[in-house]
Write a new protein. Structure first.
Length: 721
């Protein structure tokens, strides 16, 4: 009999490991899940299509994407990143290049794969950098299906989660073709990490698979830290989730012999061990990579509530110890009646946190004291004013989810329902971030998907609990799903069509950069404003004085940053001082100017003084300034629909003058200047600025600069030395 059993077991093992049978099992599994697979493919294609529409354009969508493209280009061409950056902040001896991230390395590998080892081609390279965010973003929409499925044990909810991620405008916006790829790439690892983390903590055991899943969760969290600085979300979400989940688990653990139970069978302790495994691995990877998540993540929290990060760390550690010790040694050993009290307290605490944040939204309009230039950058502005554009009607999901999720935890009890709290805190924390800062609306954009999953779960569970007839239940579900699809697709359809990469939309800049590439020495130094820095460096491969990094200054030149140099050059009325800045302070060869800079003089004043004071803008206020595009029709010139006779047009000055042409409100001087394709209407303060004097080739500046290029509102001047 023993031999027969052994023979049977051996036969089964052979059957399982037979390659033919393994292949048949895979085919059978695919066939069994064919509907889900087809739906996921459809969602992937929808996500790819929404994000990929910009692939028809030539250039990258975001300014910072050009900088990351340069890092990848260095890795592709020479295998390392030049440091300091040879094309930026030459007046300071260069700037430290950004650390090479997992995104840069992966993009390099992917480029080499899709280029089949062919010699470097910049056009194809540009296309690949456009393509990667689209692919990563669409891939996230597939992975988040598994997260929704794991948390709620429902393929239907997984599909809803994936679809909402695919169509939410704010998330898709930063994963479109040509966007900053590390954003999408970083979120990919976070979502994968959450999938494995949830798989680990949703069980009440410490089996081999549980430990593997907990470890994989920590590894993927660490990979996000190696890809994108927004990894700081992970510890904030996991810590908040764990503090509440461990209490909830202990309050719902049922057993007969509390005093004699093996400690390693305690569900709260088992949960804590698995969380600790993930976070220790995450901690090791982040610190090995050079990131300090404790200082940075808790520092962000501290800045919001005006507490030092060290104090917050101590409070978190105390709270964690209290929660774990109380859950393991006290709550889990109480009678079932007493445990209910702690479950209720946990749910009430969730509501308290939610309503405190809502109260804060109502009573605190802004967290930032806007007295510095950095606080005025567009993406630093308050984000809630853009919620309608960024999320459309989908913004309802987070509020409904946050309001009803704690209630659902009470009514729809399951042994693993605590995992929903991970999504709850993901939504709550990112809502807070996006409300007070525009640049975080993208981060909150992905959280719309788990919020929709929570709402869908509540609908499905509510229908089951109240024993709704199956026919009615099906109809309600289909109506809800149709509404989600309609709202999601409608939101995307309204949001995306108008977006075009800046450099494709402003051909005047690509023409100017083409001229620079073909008509200046390869070692030419450009004096430029920061907004074009990354683009100029990547497309022209010339040195730039400033870019989006807003890098600091050098000690022997009044400690001016690249931005302050340019802003002072533009706003000063002392043309000799301006020349000293351009030729010696910066040491530039060419100055890059655009006519729309004249309308930004107040902003330049802010940068020049590194503070915000209304006295700097008063002299530029009044609504006088206008830069009007014009079309030359030989006998007439048409400017913004107004036809100006040629004779009258020729009487307007093209060079700088001190005598005004008119008076605004009868008192404020106005100056008119014509060019080939523009009409400038300026006030007195602007007219006296060095920027306008250079632009209009004044007598004071014509011996300092030579105009070498002009087209469509852009001028390039060579500095005479």
């Amino acid at each position: 009999m023993v031999n027969l059993e052994h023979s049977h077991t051996h036969s089964e093992d052979h059957h399982l490991h037979n390659p033919k049978n393994v292949f048949q099992n895979i085919v059978q599994k695919v066939w069994d899940n064919r509907v889900i697979i087809l739906l996921l493919i459809a969602i992937f294609l929808i996500a790819f299509g929404i994000r990929g529409h910009l692939l028809r354009y030539e250039y990258l969508f975001e300014f910072d994407a050009f900088y990351h493209a340069r890092i990848v280009e260095d890795l592709v061409k020479q295998g390392f990143v030049s440091n300091p950056d040879p094309l930026a902040y030459y007046q300071q001896g260069g700037a430290l290049a950004a650390p090479v991230s997992l995104y840069h390395v992966t993009s390099t590998i992917l480029y080499k794969i899709i280029s089949f080892g062919q010699p470097f081609n910049k056009d194809f390279f540009m296309w690949s950098i456009q393509f990667f965010p689209v692919f990563f973003g669409a891939l996230i929409c597939l992975i988040i299906y598994f997260l929704g499925k794991e948390v709620f044990n429902s393929k239907k909810i997984g599909l809803i989660t994936a679809f909402i991620a695919a169509v939410t405008p704010a998330f898709a916006y930063r994963t479109m073709a040509g966007a900053q790829g590390d954003n999408a790439f970083g979120f990919l690892w976070m979502v994968i990490g959450f999938v494995f983390f949830i798989r680990a903590v949703k069980t009440n055991g410490l089996k081999r698979n549980d430990l593997i899943n907990a470890s994989l969760g920590g590894i993927f969290f660490g990979m996000m830290a190696m890809s994108w600085s927004m990894y700081l979300l992970i510890p904030l979400i996991v810590i908040a989730y764990s503090l509440f989940a461990v209490v909830l688990i202990a309050s719902r653990e049922t057993h007969e012999h509390h005093d004699h139970k093996n400690l390693l069978e305690n569900h709260a302790l088992i949960f804590s061990i698995k969380v600790l495994i993930s976070m220790v691995i995450f901690h090791i990877i982040t610190y090995a990579y050079g990131e300090d998540w404790i200082k940075d993540a808790l520092g962000y929290v501290g800045s919001a509530i005006n507490l030092d990060s060290t104090i917050i760390l101590l409070l978190v550690l105390i709270a964690a110890v209290i929660a774990i010790v109380a859950s393991v040694f006290f709550i889990s050993k109480m009678s079932n009646e007493n445990k209910k009290m702690f479950s209720i307290l946990a749910i009430l605490a969730l509501y308290a946190g939610f309503f405190i944040i809502i109260f804060m939204f109502i009573t605190v309009p802004d967290l930032m004291q806007r007295t510095t230039v950095a606080s005025l950058v567009g993406e630093e502005s308050v984000g809630n004013q853009f919620f309608g554009t960024k999320y459309n009607v989908l913004i309802l999901f987070p509020y409904i989810a946050l309001l009803l999720c704690p209630l659902g935890l009470w009514f729809f009890k399951k042994h693993d329902s605590h995992t929903q709290l991970l999504l709850f805190f993901w939504v709550l924390l990112t809502l807070f971030m996006a409300w007070y800062k525009l640049k975080f609306t993208f981060v909150f954009g992905l959280a719309i998907a788990p919020a929709a999953a929570i709402v869908a779960h509540l609908i499905f569970e509510g229908l089951k609990k109240f024993t709704t007839q199956k026919g009615i239940e099906t109809k309600i579900i289909y109506v809800c799903l149709f509404a989600i699809i309609l709202l999601g697709v409608g939101a995307s359809a309204r949001f995306f069509p108008d977006y075009v990469p800046y450099t494709d939309q402003h051909k005047e800049w690509t023409d100017a950069m083409s001229w620079i590439e073909n008509n200046t020495p390869t070692d030419a130094k450009l004096f430029n404003w920061w907004d074009q820095g990354h683009i100029l460096a990547f497309l022209t491969e010339r040195k730039v004085s400033a870019d989006n990094r807003n890098y600091g200054g050098r000690a022997d030149l009044n400690k001016l940053s690249g931005n302050q140099y340019f802003a002072t050059f533009a706003t000063t009325t002392d043309t000799n001082k301006a020349y000293e800045i351009a030729s010696k302070g910066v040491g530039a060869d060419y100055i890059i100017l655009s006519s729309d800079m004249i309308g930004s003089m107040a902003s330049f004043e802010f940068y020049a003084n590194n503070s915000v004071d209304q006295k700097y803008v008063q002299k530029y206020s009044g609504g006088v300034t206008r830069i009007i595009p014009c079309v030359d029709n030989n006998t007439t010139v048409t400017c913004s629909g107004n036809s100006i006779p040629r004779q009258q047009w020729n009487l307007m000055a093209s060079n700088w003058k001190s005598t005004p042409d008119d008076f605004y409100n009868g008192t404020d001087p106005i100056y008119y200047y014509r060019s080939t394709d523009e009409l400038l209407i300026l006030n007195s303060a602007e007219n006296k600025s060095n920027l306008v004097k250079v632009w209009t080739n004044s007598e004071e500046t014509k011996n300092y600069y030579k105009e070498v290029y002009y087209s469509q509102g852009i001028k390039i001047f060579q500095i005479i030395k």
